[in-house]
Design a protein around this ligand. Structure first.
Ligand code: PEP
Ligand code: CO
Length: 462
């Protein structure tokens, strides 16, 4: 049993990277007190359920699909935006479930992903230097002094927007939108113009026939109509995450009730730092991002600290090495963590190691590099005999032009058309679906075939 949750002051004493500097401590305390009175956004029991499902991923029996915006914004909390993001994730999940015949665990990077670590504290344009944009949780994107001032009241807005988003997501996934019979409809509003589109429609037709067959046989299952969907974000801002950490009355243990799964980012994963200290005290399933400079010793020490009890499903390790480094950087990390005797969920973030800036000043990623990192991830795990458990992607349901390449062959010159992200470039809907097909191909052609519940059912004696 862990000692009590450290106080906020104790956490700050440990040193907390990437925090905003607020002008007025009393204002921050007032906001914190208000947040502590708000109801939890998720329940402890749901977090436990997700931990159980991540244990299935770690055991090689399921595949984790985690995705959403790099940075959600308050303005983008509209019904259409939330629906579009959900349906691209559902479409990807359908591709993976059907093409790879593997159960897919669906987790959104959504309903709380409002705070960003930045490589520089300030931004300079011409002769003006202002605080960097740190996400809508902290300040506003517009480049003027008032917008960039860190405002603690925004933390209340994070709570409100997360609550509204989660409410609609819960309604969508349980209220009929995720019904498999609606699959054609998920696509209806999109232009039917690509190979991916044709491949997707073909697959949906096949699933419809399979469903019709099952219904004709008398099967009518709840899982045709609803899906389980979980929320996640980077636990970055201590004031917010601490205020939403509550003692569950049922088990008398602490849970972070701001999301089902929270992760510690590459830039805040210092072993003795505040973020690791807060996260190690909560019972949620947690993630840790590891970049190419991490050593095997560091990775081993981190997993010991975050998962002292070797609890199945507790830890998801999200690697983001870069396409040209993954084949060298990943094996020692996998070996170091596996040698501790733990079964973690190994997840590939093929986005954050592959960002570059174009000559015209757009931050972008090439689809080919994203695909290359994913291929490296599958190759490494296949060589080591470990299960490539999932993918973590930045995507949107809209037809934005933020990443180059992919099925529509977006060029650097196209980026200006619809570049809408508040932070990192996201895969658009076609690129996301294309990635899902690529993963499905790897899962079906891979040498590591774990027995999953589908294969178990098919192999049962009858
Ligand atoms: C992110 O996920 O947006 C992010 C900042 O990633 P990382 O911690 O891997 O740099
Ligand atoms: Co990002």
């Amino acid at each position: 049993m862990l000692e009590a949750i450290p106080s906020l002051a104790e956490l700050h004493r440990l040193g907390a990277a990437q925090q905003p500097v607020y002008a007025d401590d009393a204002e921050v305390a007032r906001v914190q007190a208000a947040l502590r009175r708000r109801p939890p956004l998720v329940f402890a029991g749901e977090c436990d359920e997700l931990r159980g499902k991540i244990a299935e991923v770690a055991a090689g029996r399921s595949f984790l699909l985690q995705g959403g915006d790099c940075a959600e914004t308050f303005d983008s909390v509209t019904a259409a935006n939330i629906r579009n993001k959900l349906r691209v994730l559902l479409s990807m999940a359908v591709v993976l479930t059907y093409a790879a015949q593997v159960p897919v665990l669906k987790v959104g990077r959504i309903a709380g992903q409002y705070a960003k670590p930045r490589s520089r504290d300030t931004e300079t344009r011409g002769d003006v230097t202002l605080p960097a944009y740190r996400g809508d949780a902290v300040n506003a994107l517009a480049f003027d002094a008032a917008s960039r001032r860190p405002d603690p009241d925004r933390l209340l807005e994070v709570y409100n927007h997360s609550a509204a988003t989660l409410n609609l997501l819960r309604a969508f996934v349980k209220g009929g939108y995720a019904d498999l019979r609606a699959m054609h409809g998920w696509n209806a509003d999109f232009v039917h113009n690509s190979n991916v589109e044709a491949r997707y429609e073909e697959l949906v037709d096949e699933i419809s026939r399979a469903l019709a067959f099952m219904v004709a046989c008398g099967v009518d299952n709840e899982s045709f109509r609803t899906v389980d969907f979980y929320s996640s974000h980077e636990a970055l801002l201590l004031e917010y995450e601490h205020a939403l950490t509550r003692i569950d009355s049922r088990t008398a243990t602490p849970y972070n009730t701001s999301a089902h799964l929270i992760w510690v980012g590459e830039r805040t994963r210092q072993l003795g730092g505040a973020h690791v200290e807060l996260l190690r005290h909560v019972r949620n399933p947690i993630g840790v991002k590891l970049g190419p400079t991490v050593t095997g010793d560091e990775a081993g020490a981190l997993v010991d600290r975050l998962d002292p009890d070797h609890e199945p499903g507790r830890l998801t390790v999200i690697t983001r090495m870069g396409a040209d480094r993954i084949r060298d950087a990943l094996p020692p990390i996998v070996e170091a963590v596996e040698s501790t005797g733990r079964k973690v969920a190994w997840v590939c973030d093929p986005m954050h190691g592959n960002t570059f800036e174009t000559a015209t000043g757009y931050k972008t990623r090439a689809f080919s590099q994203v695909a290359e990192e994913l291929n490296g991830f599958f190759d490494v795990h296949e060589a080591l005999g470990t299960w490539p458990g999932g993918v973590h992607v930045e995507l949107t349901g809209d037809d934005v032009t933020e990443c180059v390449g992919g099925v529509d062959e977006l060029a650097e010159a196209d980026l200006a058309n619809r570049y809408e992200t508040a932070c990192d470039p996201r895969l658009n809907r076609n690129q996301s679906l294309e990635l899902a097909f690529l993963i499905a191909d790897r899962l079906t052609s891979g040498r590591i075939r774990r027995v999953n519940p589908v294969q178990e059912f098919l192999a049962e004696d009858f």
